[in-house]
Unconditional design. Sequence first.
Length: 455
Amino acid sequence: MSSTTAGRPSRDELVSLIDAGSIDTVIVAVTDMQGRLQGKRLDGRFFVDELLDGAVEGCAYLLASDVEMNTLGGFALTSWERGYGDLVFRPDLATVRLVPWHEKTALVFADVESSDGEPVAVSPRQILRQQVARLAERGWRGLTGTELEFIVFRDSYEAAWNNGYRNLTPANLYNVDYSLLGTSRIEPLLGEIRRNMRRAGMVVESLKGECNLGQHEIAFRYAELVDKCDEHGLFKLGAKEIAAQAGFSVTFMAKYNEREGNSCHVHLSLRDESDAPVFAGTREHGFSRTFEHFLAGQLRYLREFSLLLAPNVNSYKRFVPGSFAPTALAWGVDNRTCAFRIVGHGPSLRVECRIPGGDVNPYLALAALVATGLRGVEEELELAAPLSGNAYVSSAARMPTSLGEATALFDQSRVARETLTDGVVEHYVHAARAEVAAFEAAVTDWERVRGFERL
């Protein structure tokens, strides 16, 4: 079977590239709870000879650890008592991509299975697959685009670490939002990222500067849900690796400093079996009745799912009035103060969710957006009128203000447990509670500055 997209070889093409010596390394990657790619680098010849129809193994703690890779007790999936055995990483050979910033390298995404071949329900890719299946039951498929912002520093990752991530030099020293001059100052790096992503099979649309110092955004064409999330993870990994090769560093954390945070606006629309748009219709604003119910479900229930869109302690520091990060769960037509901004017309009509930051796990965020939207359709919820003014000063429901609050809401959510399962909810609630406990035990720079001498 021949591939139709440059940078995305088919199974047979991958074998041919390995046979010819053009590829000698195959990365098998899974996505962990934090949205990071984890896995193994395999010799290309070994992959073809031994694993083309097989799988590799990896320790179950990859789905039961924090960002520091600390093992956390209390998970149903694995523990010291259960011996931290292996999970199976089953390569999805429809997902092969070239990795041109590494010599002779390709990557394939894998699904996580138990030793007896059952999908691991708490795997982020599997959580999203379950919601994709729910859409398919109605004859629908989702399309999404994720717009990731990041800040570039002229310091290497090693220098940033040694400096405690303080006193770093941003790539731009003033606000370069839409500035051609500002982006040109680091075009050698940004251009290298864009060109490498294109060679990895991504359709690059545009690049622009953003508000924070050294902040930029590269946008890619929309794709189906799981495929776009795979691409999102590879882009984040690749941007960091390309920056490191050039002696730079980039961060996607939601709120690096007191200025503007890094957002990840998530666009979502649906198509039916004939590829007709599900959201477009003849009702007010060009909506279909289905879209009204779907958006009403997101407005009604997404607060309970905030943990999946804002998964870290730092995520909640981004929600500041007047910062272009939403605080109000309201919707508006092309209104950037709202959590849900409606953009496009006719076939391109879609909802832009402005809640996630650059630290989001996209599989979990999209699973939440689909689950809440479908619940709105099931319950035929009525859509409230759009907000046309400043949502920051409106009476609309508010986002949670902390990871602890979001965790409690998710834990208590009947809709989350019904649409995602109790097991999934309890797994991510347990991880979040461990993160909150770790943060509450930490002594921060803020405390030292205020208290070392003056208290």
